[in-house]
Write a protein that binds this ligand. Structure first.
Ligand SMILES: [Zn+2]
Ligand SMILES: [Zn+2]
Length: 369
């Protein structure tokens, strides 16, 4: 079926729907709508995508992951935009966005959309419900990551600028509308890192992995993946050359410097609040697999901070040895706190999983001058 400019214009004006443009050939296994080969979007598939992410994330972060996935889907609309241009139709970004959703929604992606507000930097659209807000109603929260990502992808594709979309209200949590507010902003390093600290993003959202080029970056910073046994391997090698106690000291010192330098990097990126700096470092190392943060306590009388971690990289790597093994982790904690608060501290591991304790527990005290 040939689709021309008059068909698009009739659809935009509402004189026609996509119904006459639906072609279904069950025997050939093809289904096309408005000249584009498509397929239905069964509930179970949408649910499966959300649940796949939820297995490793919480619900809120799963919505974010879906949003990232659908950004690429939205970006694909650049083809339609080029076609319209070829037909001599120059649509404004919000008009194009509304056309894309008209095509989608008439194919079953929820209720129709209405445009609430449009300027060069902000576009707000809303709908009574989306496809995913119906499917995931029982999550009882803002769930429309598909639409957020879709909107971001579409607007970025047609304007060449980056857009950030928030879902202000959602049918799935009982609001009257799903309202999407898209702003033309480029999310800075600071913005992304703070989202990780607040639990609104997981680092996975910002990992760009190009395995075939041998490159990995995390929020635009190059990183590497290492096998965990590097900790046992390096420590054994140091022990062989200098003995056990000096080896532990060297490890502690090296990781303390690393922790401090890491915080310096955050400072260069514009983070100044000491508590945010240390929380950020803990959040990043934890999400990178170094440990899981259990709790942090402060004793005013002794001016001592106690940090409890589960599965530190070293205790996992060494296994049960009958003694404390987490010298790198202790140094790292000291470095993070020194860098963040601008003080000198000493970190000491007082309980260790490798010694048979439930968790690894570290005390942090001021270092006497
Ligand atoms: Zn919603
Ligand atoms: Zn330990």
């Amino acid at each position: 079926m040939k689709i021309g400019r008059e068909d698009f214009e009739a659809l935009i004006k509402g004189d026609k729907t996509i119904a006459p443009y639906v072609e279904l050939d069950p025997l050939a296994g093809t289904y096309s709508v408005f000249g584009v080969k498509t397929a239905s979007n069964p509930n179970y598939m949408v649910k499966a995508v959300y649940e796949m992410y939820e297995q490793n994330l919480n619900k809120k972060l799963a919505v974010k992951a879906v949003r990232k996935l659908y950004r690429s889907v939205g970006a694909g609309s650049v083809g339609l935009n080029n076609l319209l241009k070829k037909l001599g139709m120059e649509l404004k970004p919000e008009e194009f966005l509304m056309l894309v959703f008209k095509l989608q929604h008439q194919q079953g992606w929820g209720a129709p959309f209405e445009l609430v507000e449009a300027s060069e930097k902000r576009i707000v659209i809303r709908t009574k419900h989306t496809f995913e807000s119906e499917v995931l109603k029982d999550w009882n929260m803002s769930v429309c990551g598909i639409h957020q990502g879709w909107i971001e992808g579409v607007l970025t594709a047609v304007t060449g600028n980056s857009w950030y979309c928030l879902e202000k209200t959602c049918h799935a949590k009982g609001d009257e509308y799903c309202t999407f507010q898209a702003d033309q902003v480029s999310a800075s390093w600071k913005f992304k890192a703070e989202a990780v600290v607040k639990g609104e993003s997981a680092i996975t959202e910002f990992i760009e992995h190009k395995p075939l080029e041998g490159k990995i970056s995390l929020i635009d910073e190059p990183v590497v993946m290492m096998p965990r046994f590097i900790f046992t391997s390096m420590t054994q090698s140091l022990k062989k050359t200098m003995g056990e106690a000096p080896a532990s000291g060297v490890n502690y010192r090296a990781y303390m410097d690393m922790g401090r330098e890491n915080v310096e990097h955050y400072k260069k990126m514009g983070i100044t609040n000491p508590k945010i700096l240390s929380d950020m470092a803990f959040a990043f190392y934890s999400q990178m697999g170094w440990f899981n943060f259990v709790k942090e306590e402060w004793d005013e009388k002794t001016k001592m901070k106690t940090i409890t971690l589960s599965h530190t990289v070293e205790s996992e790597s060494f296994g049960n040895t009958g003694k404390n093994v987490c010298f790198c982790t202790a140094g790292l904690l000291a470095g993070i706190i020194e860098g963040s608060f601008g003080i000198r501290v000493q970190a000491k591991e007082i309980k260790c999983k490798s010694k048979g304790d439930e968790h690894c527990v570290f005390t942090i005290t001021n270092k006497p001058e």
